[in-house]
Ligand binder design. Structure first.
Ligand SMILES: [Mg+2]
Length: 291
């Protein structure tokens, strides 16, 4: 499991020291004031917040309210750690979006167990998010994620006046591969293509499986000519690669690629349509090529 970062917020230094000691298995960042805490969440990736309630300037409820109102921080769970034991405060803590409520003085192991529980939930949510956005066979994104991401990137590209291109990639004669060698080899071919795409991927590129043997790559800030170069490189790499059968037979395969770049009014659907047309051309003119 990756290392989790916990933000502990309390205006009493001694309280913070106790928490930092107790949470030594995690990365802990401490803040002695609400304003400091709200600054830190903007700059660091925080997984969980332990939040005092009685503080000068602004109480913990207000801090939590602000965190929950900001899309960038609304999903970070907040555990209130406070000396306030009255029912109204407990109710308010959950009303403003708190996940849990621990009263001071607390049993160290109880606090640790609650922290672990929150982190376990975060882990589950991350796992579900990953399942909802990726293709199980290849680990690249699925169609739904691609459409979302494409829409966002088109909006961004228009705002920044940057070009944006997509590639539509299709494995040539895939049915034949399946019929000749079986579906297991077919799957291996698909996986091989995915890993080739991932090897040469830039950080901002989005790779997705669009259908059976069809993939899309979104290339932000990439004009048409550069997108064609990316496609040619990919096509060549695929041409040079192979998958092996049990009897060491090398199976080679190729891809056809359609390239499309946004114009002023292009929507994601339009862009995919254009790439699809280009792909069709590539197929018609003999396969293993870029159009
Ligand atoms: Mg306090």
């Amino acid at each position: 499991m990756q290392n989790r970062t916990i933000l502990a917020v309390d205006d009493t230094i001694e309280n913070l020291d106790v928490l930092v000691d107790l949470l030594s298995d995690y990365d802990v960042i401490d803040a002695t004031s609400p304003t400091e805490a709200l600054e830190i969440v903007k700059e660091e990736k925080i997984d969980l917040i332990l939040l005092d309630i009685m503080m000068p300037q602004m109480d913990g409820f207000e801090v939590c309210r602000r965190l929950k109102a900001d899309p960038r921080t609304k999903d970070i769970p907040v555990i209130f750690v406070t000396a306030k034991t009255d029912e109204e405060s407990i109710e308010k803590a959950y009303d403003v979006g708190g996940s849990d409520y621990i009263t001071k003085p607390f049993l160290p192991k109880k606090l640790l167990a609650r922290v672990k529980k929150e982190l376990r939930i975060i882990g589950l949510i991350e796992k579900l998010n990953k399942q909802a956005t990726t293709d199980p066979l290849t680990g690249v994104y699925n169609r739904r994620f691609f459409m979302d991401s494409c829409q966002k990137n088109i909006a961004l590209a228009k705002r920044k006046k940057e070009p944006l291109s997509i590639l539509m990639i299709d494995i040539d004669h895939f049915k034949q591969i399946n019929d000749t060698y079986g579906h297991a080899i077919g799957d291996e071919v698909i996986q091989k293509l995915s890993s080739i795409m991932q090897e040469s991927q830039r950080k901002s590129d989005v790779i997705a499986r669009y259908g059976g043997e069809e993939f899309l790559i979104l290339l932000p800030d990439t004009p048409y000519e550069s997108a064609k170069e990316v496609a040619q490189k990919l096509r060549k790499k695929v041409e040079e690669s192979f998958v092996e059968t049990h009897n060491d037979e090398k199976i080679r395969f190729s891809v056809s690629i359609g390239v499309a770049t946004i114009n002023k009014e292009d929507s994601c659907q339009k862009l995919i349509q254009n790439a699809d047309k280009a792909l069709y051309q590539a197929k018609e003119s003999g396969r293993n090529r870029v159009c």
